[in-house]
Write a protein that binds this ligand. Structure first.
Ligand code: PEP
Ligand code: MG
Length: 759
């Protein structure tokens, strides 16, 4: 047997299509399909699970498991390995599935004989509608070629299942009993402002019907023509809108255009056509792959790029259908656009004079579309997937982008409430704006430095817009988000040079790559192995030390880009002093090399450590003897300190950074750095909250690095703060033993408010 070698999906795809279009009952056809896949994949089992109402996954067909389990074996979404694949829309490749903690044994299937499992989700319209899994008796490792092939098959199968009407995947929307009272939906505020209008449904997503091709050459030619037209169109859109938006948004559009021109994306689509897909199928295939990778990425940043890729793919699909325009001629005068997701190019295709507000099923505060909407003053509310179906086309709605509320059937009380709230917010915005050029001094004259956190080149203009002292945290990994392969030294050098040039005289702290955690790294060519606990896995400096060439190349690019200017480098996730010493040695090698090849050596190279892992606190004395500065990443530090996943919404408010224990840790850190005379900054989100920033000030922290949107409230807070009073109060709290509770938040809030604190 030809184990581990897949014939390539092309012939299989063709056969699948024939079988599904052929005769027999739907069950006969599905059974033929699972048997076909098992044979082709050299697997002993192939099973298809589909999602039924109530989020239940039902075994619809199997080759290799007991036939009597078909339509009997059911799992909840999230239950067992299959449930996990569907819940997270992710692939699982396990050599010993039964030892996986998620494994849920179903005796009726007889699956105890099979050890390895490769499973992928069946996705349609951005939703997992089932899962396809192959199993083998032996404990075997599946190759990346096999997993790619199974994903392609799953994509085609999802469409075939849908076309065969085997399953209704439409969500059941509960009908509201009372049709007269206003309905209030709470989502996530993404772009501020209030607007009213009538629901207009976005028709962006294109349906792809033909996925498998018989004529590769013709499909390749179609793809090339479409790419050409698409690029022309994107460049045109960007140029047309440049005059009406601000500098920051222009940069955003520029970055977006770079996404569109990404060679890696094109290369993967061309390869998919060669594998036997139509041009549309290839776009979908690569789109699904991007979604899957980004959805699984450890931090929120990668996930926030999903809408951009969806947008680009939809544009390209429209081009392929010769319908490049969105065709919104029937849009009402005052439209509230309702969409699951929306990309920046799609947004720009609508007439901004008619567009009053946007309501999204997904969406995130830093997505490109949201940044563009803000510059066009269009309020946006996101994360309302479960209620989109309740907003009927043409229905009157009010959108409150300040608080993230959407009202359907609004009455007078709704209007009164939002009017008052909007006026207050507007006053606050003007107040923040008025202090943009004022120094960050507390009311009693203590001086602070406020730096900016940056992750995208498009954010660089915010350095001037916020009046920040410099960039306190440049998350370098985010600059290369769209690169399907690891960025070359040249690509890195160009990006870092761009940052240096944009920052001018202002200092920039470059954090080396904080990549890793699991196989979904868009950048590193890693084996397809899932980590059980990615946040605590192979990430950040651990990757850099184990793959010194990655770190060396990055440092080399930074030294080259500095062109003699001072360079500040910071290492993330350092857990012990020895790691700093090793990273420093790698940097020394690169500095020596730069001198040898007579690059203009930077005036000075400073080395910083991110304090994110609690263990390092007990070696901080050694660290500050070597490092030039320390920056506290409170997001990760709190996650490891409390053993509380920072991305788990159920734990979001469970522990508080204003708790006695965490504050004591920060007191220790400040004291060690002060004694050593080493600059100390807080660059985690704790610094971005006005009350928490006030508390940090009270603990002696004088430098904060925060995202642009936090500048107004943090600066306003610090300028109204009596720093001496809060320091004394915090020291007293300690003495009085008030620190025994869960959090000092309420005490602190009352104290600062009684002392004139405003934010
Ligand atoms: C942190 O952990 O606080 C931090 C600033 O780094 P990131 O949020 O990028 O992990
Ligand atoms: Mg971190």
């Amino acid at each position: 047997m030809n184990r581990g070698k897949v014939a390539g999906p092309r012939a299989l795809l063709r056969r699948l299509r024939e079988v599904m279009a052929g005769g027999g009952t739907p069950q006969d056809r599905l059974d033929a399909v699972t048997s076909l896949i098992a044979t082709n994949m050299v697997a002993e089992v192939c099973s298809l699970y589909l999602r039924r109402a109530g989020d239940v996954l039902e075994l619809f067909s199997t080759y290799g498991l007991r036939p009597e389990a078909v339509h009997q074996t059911r799992l909840r979404v999230g239950e067992g390995l299959i449930g996990d694949i569907v819940a997270h829309g992710r692939m699982l490749a396990l050599s010993d599935a039964q030892s996986h903690p998620q494994f849920a044994y179903r005796p009726e299937t007889g699956e105890e004989r099979f050890h390895s499992l490769l499973g992928v989700p069946l996705q349609r319209g951005g939703r997992a509608i089932g899962a396809l899994a192959v199993q083998n008796r032996s404990e075997r490792e599946y190759t990346s070629e096999e997993s790619e092939a199974l994903q392609t098959v799953a994509m085609v199968l999802a469409e075939l299942v849908h076309a065969a009407g085997l399953l209704s995947v439409d969500e059941v929307i509960d009908i509201d009993g009372n049709a007269t009272l206003p309905l209030r939906f709470e989502g996530m505020p993404l772009a501020a402002g209030i607007a009213e209008g009538h629901v207009y449904r976005h028709r962006g997503a294109m349906v792809v019907r033909e996925l498998v091709s018989d004529d590769t050459a013709a499909e390749s030619a179609r793809l090339e023509r479409a790419i050409e037209g698409f690029l022309e169109r994107i460049r045109g859109l960007v140029a047309d809108h440049a005059p009406r938006i601000g500098e920051a948004e222009k940069e955003v559009l520029h970055t977006y255009r770079m996404f569109a021109e990404d060679e890696g994306w094109m290369t993967r689509m061309r390869a998919a056509v060669r594998d036997g897909l139509t041009a549309e199928g290839a776009v979908r295939r690569v789109q699904d792959e991007n979604r899957r990778r980004l959805q699984l990425a450890p931090g929120p940043y990668f996930r926030e790029r999903i809408a951009d890729f969806d947008d680009l793919s939809n544009q390209l699909l429209r081009q392929l259908a010769n319908r490049p325009e969105i065709g919104a001629t029937d849009m009402p005068e005052n439209a509230v656009l309702v969409a699951r997701t929306l990309g920046p190019a799609e947004l720009l295709e609508y007439d901004p004079d008619r567009l009053r507000a946007i309501v999204l099923g997904e969406g995130s505060p830093t997505s490109h579309m949201v940044l563009v909407a803000r510059s066009l003053n269009i309020p946006v509310v996101g994360r309302l997937a479960s209620v989109l179906g309740r907003l009927d086309a043409g229905e009157a709605v009010v959108v409150d982008g300040w608080r993230g509320l959407v009202y359907a059937r609004p009455d007078e009380s709704v209007y009164d409430d939002i009017r008052e709230y909007g006026e207050n917010e507007e006053r606050r915005r003007r107040y923040y704006e008025s202090m943009r050029n004022l120094p960050a001094h507390s009311a009693d004259g203590v001086s602070f430095q406020l730096h900016l956190n940056v992750g995208l080149l498009g954010e660089l203009p915010l350095l001037a817009a916020t009046g920040a002292s410099g960039i306190g945290l440049l998350r370098t990994e985010l600059l290369f988000l769209t690169h399907p392969t690891f960025p070359s030294i040249e690509e890195q050098t160009a990006a870092y040079r761009h940052v240096f040039d944009a920052a001018g005289e202002k200092p920039v702290i470059f954090r080396t790559f904080d990549l890793g955690g699991d196989k979904v790294l868009p950048h590193l060519d890693q084996p397809l192995e899932l980590e059980e606990n990615p946040a605590m896995g192979w990430r950040a400096i651990r990757v850099g030390l184990d793959r010194p060439s990655v770190l060396r190349n990055q440092l080399r690019a930074l030294l080259t880009a500095a062109e003699g200017r001072p360079l500040q480098v910071m290492f993330p996730m350092v857990a012990e002093f020895a790691e700093l010493a090793r990273a420093q040695a790698i940097l020394d090698l690169e500095v020596a090399r730069a001198r040898r090849v007579s690059l203009p050596a930077p005036e000075k190279v400073s080395v910083g450590v991110m304090l994110e892992v609690p263990s390092l606190v007990w070696q901080l004395e050694e660290v500050v003897r070597v490092a030039d500065f320390v920056s506290v990443g409170t997001n990760d530090l709190a996650q490891y300190f409390f053993a509380s996943d920072r991305t788990n919404p159920r734990l979001a408010r469970r522990y508080d950074t204003l708790s006695p224990g965490f504050l004591r840790l920060l007191v220790q850190v400040e004291a060690i750095c002060r004694r050593a005379g080493k600059p100390l900054t807080v660059c985690g989100d704790m610094a971005a909250d006005p009350l928490e920033a006030a508390c940090l000030a009270g603990l002696g922290y004088r430098s904060l690095s925060i995202p642009a949107q936090a500048f107004g409230s943090v600066k306003a807070g610090l300028r109204s703060l009596d720093c001496a009073a809060i320091s004394t109060y915090l020291a007293d709290l300690e003495v009085r033993g008030a620190g025994r509770g869960h959090s000092l938040r309420e005490d602190l809030k009352h104290f600062v408010q009684d002392h004139g604190f405003k934010f």
